[in-house]
Design a protein around this ligand. Structure first.
Ligand code: BJ8
Length: 429
């Protein structure tokens, strides 16, 4: 690591020794999971580079932006509207973390039986290893699941700049009103922080940038319907993860380049795996970097993941904002319309998610669904039962997995996944 980077991390208040340890784990995991794959699209080179510089060059870019007066907004949820952040001339970065860190310290402030995603958030703060968190001028929490909303009360004492947004729990008229009110308040808070007045021009530009990013992800998702699948699920997941860190325009460009390459692959019937490999849809909790455990097990067992019904996946990226409004209010309404469709399991009832899983299974020609629930995540674990029942009625096999960020259950998961794949109806080659 260059001395410049070390100085940058030190200035951000990171614990250099702990941070080195994290980077080692991240680098080793990355090499093992991604660089050992065969038949990767050449365009993945860009994402390899981004990941190798995820705590280096990208952080330097963010600090350069800050030096030029731009604010950095950190978020833990896809309900935080990037369109409004961009309109305020600020940058949004995802802060969810996918690895256990400083767990002893975490369990001093959180109950043990808290989901890994929340524990990891605290571990990255208490262990002083996340440059994105430390570079953020505002950290947005959201009242989604009970775990998160109570955890933010504690997190408030650990970070100086937490902004908590209320999120409705029902898709009612009152729920939509609440979301609109909260998004307007968030807009006001951003204006105060940045000193930028949000008008219809900068808001429309923010919408255009995020729509373009989502459109590229929709294009990528569509190409995964082909058999043989032109890209592995791991590489597609990586693109979905980098979505939360990268410069939006550069990211959009890079995803579109991969899509160009995948179209050529499809035309010559070349795939990341052979035609007829079992096709799996993953559904459930988000997978933050470096949580690649389950996809790695699935794809090492010879299957290919063709879609993610997840916030790091299609739940997070589907639907675009209508940009035809002339006023700030009309554009804000359109933003609320788009985000109100996010079918997170915190909503009750939540039939849209069930429909979406079935639709994805059909459209991506999945042979089976693996439901990924993080231990102690009540919303998704609860929903996994009706999802399983509904899919069974449609003749779609489903495997329910409940796990965490540790590697203790790898062997057991491997056995279960392999047995599930064995039982799937055989595809014709
Ligand atoms: S919109 S899924 S990103 S809340 S895994 S912390 S739900 S106990 S992450 Fe999420 Fe927003 Fe919903 Fe998406 Fe709670 Fe479950 Fe933990 Fe979770």
């Amino acid at each position: 690591m260059s001395e410049d980077y070390r100085r940058m991390w030190k200035d951000l208040g990171l614990d250099l020794e702990a941070h080195d340890a994290l980077l080692n784990v991240l680098g080793q995991g990355y090499r093992q999971v991604f660089l050992s794959q065969k038949n990767r699209p050449e365009g993945m080179g860009y994402f390899d580079f981004v990941m190798s510089e995820v705590h280096g060059l990208r952080i330097k870019e963010l600090l350069d932006e800050k030096a030029a007066g731009r604010k950095i907004i950190g978020s833990y949820c896809v309900f935080v509207p990037e369109e409004i952040v961009l309109a305020a001339n600020a940058t949004l970065v995802g802060l969810c973390a996918g690895a256990d860190f400083a767990m002893d310290a975490v369990e001093q402030v959180l109950p043990r039986n808290t989901c890994s995603l929340i524990k990891s958030t605290f571990g990255f703060k208490l262990g002083k290893v996340c440059p994105y968190l430390e570079a953020s001028d505002m950290i947005v929490g959201e009242n989604t699941c009970d775990g998160k909303k109570k955890a933010y009360e504690i997190f408030d004492g650990l970070v100086p700049n937490l902004y908590v947004m209320d999120i409705p729990q029902m898709k009612s008229a009152a729920g939509r009103d609440l979301m609109k009110k909260e998004y307007n308040q968030f807009k006001d808070a951003l204006e105060t922080l940045t000193g930028v007045t949000i008008n219809s021009d900068n808001l429309r530009a923010g919408i255009a940038a995020v729509n373009a990013k989502r459109k590229a992800m929709h294009r990528l998702a569509d190409l995964r319907k082909a058999d043989p699948a032109p890209i592995s699920g791991l590489d597609a997941l990586l693109a979905n993860q980098v979505y939360f860190y990268d410069n939006p325009a550069r990211f959009t460009d890079s995803v579109n380049k991969i899509c160009d390459e995948l179209e050529q692959r499809i035309a010559r019937k070349a795939g990341a795996v052979a035609a007829g490999a079992p096709r799996i849809l993953i559904s459930g909790c988000p997978m933050a970097v470096p949580n690649w455990k389950l996809p790695m097990i699935v794809e090492n067992a010879g299957a290919v993941i063709v879609g993610e019904e997840s916030c790091v996946g299609e739940r997070g990226t589907r639907n675009r904002v209508d940009d035809s409004g002339d006023t700030v209010d009309a554009l804000m309404e359109a933003i609320v319309d788009r985000y109100f469709k996010v079918d997170c399991a915190i909503f009750t009832p939540n039939p849209e998610r069930l429909d979406h899983i079935e639709t994805m299974a059909r459209e991506y020609r999945a042979d089976g669904v693996i439901h990924f629930g993080l231990q102690f995540c009540q919303p998704y674990l609860m929903e996994s039962l009706p999802v399983e029942k509904a899919l069974k009625e449609k003749g779609i096999p489903m495997l329910r997995v409940e796990t965490d960020y540790s590697s203790e259950d790898v062997q057991q998961l491997q056995t279960r996944v392999e047995a599930f794949l064995e039982l799937l109806p055989k595809q014709e080659a």
